[in-house]
Design a protein around this ligand. Structure first.
Ligand SMILES: [Zn+2]
Length: 286
């Protein structure tokens, strides 16, 4: 690696190598960075056959060669936490000096889907447009992935027509959108109005239940399904708001974050401090 060049610049090259190796009938996905010391940065790539993970390849990030296995360093949780922040910065190219030493190791998994963030401010109602905007983000995502009846092509950039149309499908009222009506409305649009067979699943988390749905969220994102999240009044980090969840980050030290789109922008949120919410999964059909 040259001075000022982040080792993650090599990721595209490594992906090419992995693709060549698996052949044209299989796919690669699920990049996971491995840290085993300053000169021992690894990348684990899942090998998929017809959507199922059938194996994993590990590559040396700087050396760009395949490895049989990656040696983990055994260290304290506290040191792993410190390393996580440095390693995250390293991957974002914030630390580019070649003499930078990051120690000791951390391992994390993340996946972030490419999802547009339509701005509810451009919809017919600035105050109640969050549900329609979250719906339009997800419908656009699927429209651009082969479900082309979901949105008109000339609406893709700002999604204004689709947002406004969804006020009706989602039964959005002057107080906003109910999470069950949101899920029902997604099916109304995708199935009754567009001819597909999408399904929805809602899971409501209440702090008093003492259970969380982090694993469910990770599974949906790993499957390539962005989903809606409803936050009731006085919840955290949002109050009376609907956003689109598009990605997650989880480190081996237990830190968890989720990536959302809202108001034409995006934000990373800490999962450990999340308040009451409803997950609104949207699963594509034929
Ligand atoms: Zn519709």
């Amino acid at each position: 690696m040259g001075a000022g060049k982040a080792p993650t610049d090599n990721i595209d090259m490594i992906k090419e190598m992995a693709k060549k190796k698996v052949g044209s009938d299989k796919h690669i996905d699920g990049i996971k960075y491995l840290y085993g010391g300053p000169m021992n940065l690894g990348v684990q790539i899942d090998i998929l056959d017809k959507g199922k993970v059938i194996g994993k390849s590990i590559y040396h990030l700087q050396g760009q060669f395949e490895m049989d296995q990656f040696s983990d360093l055994k260290i304290s949780v506290e040191n792993k936490k410190k390393a996580k922040e440095k390693w995250a910065g390293f991957l974002e190219s914030k630390i580019t000096k070649p003499q930078s030493v990051i120690s000791p190791m951390d391992v994390y998994t993340n996946k972030d889907l490419s999802v547009r963030s339509y701005n509810q401010a451009y919809s017919q109602n600035n105050n109640t447009g969050c549900g329609p905007a979250a719906a339009a983000n997800i419908l656009n995502y699927w429209d651009e992935r082969g479900y082309t009846n979901l949105q008109s092509d000339n609406d893709r950039t700002n999604g204004i027509n689709l947002m406004n149309h969804m006020f009706g499908d989602l039964q959005t009222s002057i107080i906003g959108t109910d999470p069950s009506a949101w899920a029902q409305g997604m099916k109304t649009h995708a199935n009754s109005h567009s001819g597909y067979r999408f399904t929805t699943q809602n899971y409501t988390y209440d702090a008093s239940l003492g259970s969380t749905f982090w694993g469910y969220m990770v599974n949906q994102i790993n499957a390539g399904h962005p989903f809606g999240m409803f936050f009731p009044l006085n919840s955290k980090p949002y109050s009376w708001h609907i956003v689109t969840c598009r990605g997650y980050y989880q480190s081996s030290t237990g830190s968890k974050s989720y990536h959302v789109n809202t108001w034409g922008s995006d934000a990373w949120q800490d999962y450990d401090s999340i308040g009451n919410h409803t997950l609104m999964f949207v699963i594509p059909g034929s």
